[in-house]
Write a protein that binds this ligand. Structure first.
Ligand SMILES: [Zn+2]
Length: 254
């Protein structure tokens, strides 16, 4: 613009310059929204694949559950509602902005749902001594269904909640000995058996990684270990699938 100094710009020159500037801005705006859309789509794909790894629920069903339990909308939806600012409701840009805002909402909902799922490990150090599924009963030698995983660890080892939730049971129950049950919402529950001590009460809200108790050998147990169960929609599931999925969640935060 230095070469313009020294003479007055004519009005049509000013308009042409502003027009050129607006085209530049349009391109910048389009570039920005394309970038946001790309990042949002990638994040959504990652989150959906993590949910699918659990093998029990598909991400769209999980999104429906979270839509039923949390308020709809959010600031981004409100913003995209005022589409007149973006050049009218049916402009390609407005449609793209709306699509991106919908996907951002899905990302936020899935992140919130995943944070409550039992995807981390309840013990830091352990040795898996028995897997979920059919096995020979350690007491009578007969084949039986093992409803969880056994993690051997010394007496007094801290047991962590693998996701946020609410305690629905904490007490003695037959073969389980001292047992805690946590409801994580969206259909997910966990159970911790053979505990030595219990640090929580029924009704208590639990945050991610709170210490809920300590390993013991109470009930029908041959040595100190945690019997860990994961439930979804009233059916007991394979905890290792959840822990595998969790490795993708927690690796990213490192
Ligand atoms: Zn067991």
């Amino acid at each position: 613009m230095a070469e313009l100094a020294g003479r007055a710009e004519r009005p049509n020159e000013v308009v042409a310059r502003i027009d050129a500037r607006l085209v530049q801005l349009d391109h910048a705006q389009q570039g920005l929204i394309n970038h946001v859309e790309e990042l949002t789509d990638r994040r959504l794909r990652e989150l959906k694949s993590i949910v699918r790894m659990t093998k029990v629920v598909n991400p769209d069903d999980l999104l429906k559950r979270s839509a039923n339990s949390s308020a709809q909308g959010g600031p981004f939806i409100e913003m995209a509602g005022g589409l007149d600012l973006a050049g009218g409701d049916d402009s390609a840009f407005a449609k793209q902005l709306y699509r991106v805002s919908q996907n951002l909402k899905k990302v936020a909902d899935l992140e919130e749902s995943i944070a409550r799922m039992p995807l981390s490990e309840p013990l830091v150090h352990y040795r898996k001594t028995s897997s979920y599924g059919s096995r020979r009963d350690p007491f009578n030698g007969r084949m039986a269904f093992h409803s969880g995983e056994d993690f051997a660890a010394p007496h007094g080892t801290k047991v962590y909640s693998p996701g946020a939730g609410k305690v629905t049971y904490a007490g003695w129950r037959g073969g389980y000995g001292r047992v805690i049950e946590i409801d994580h919402g969206n259909g997910f529950k966990t159970r911790y058996g053979h505990l030595g001590t219990m640090n929580v009460k029924v009704g208590q809200e639990i945050a991610f990684r709170d210490v809920i108790g300590k390993v013991g050998s109470s009930g029908r147990s041959s040595g100190p270990h945690l019997h860990y169960e994961v439930w979804f929609d009233g059916i007991v599931r394979n905890p290792s699938k959840f822990i595998e999925a969790g490795q993708y969640v927690f690796a990213k935060q490192g």
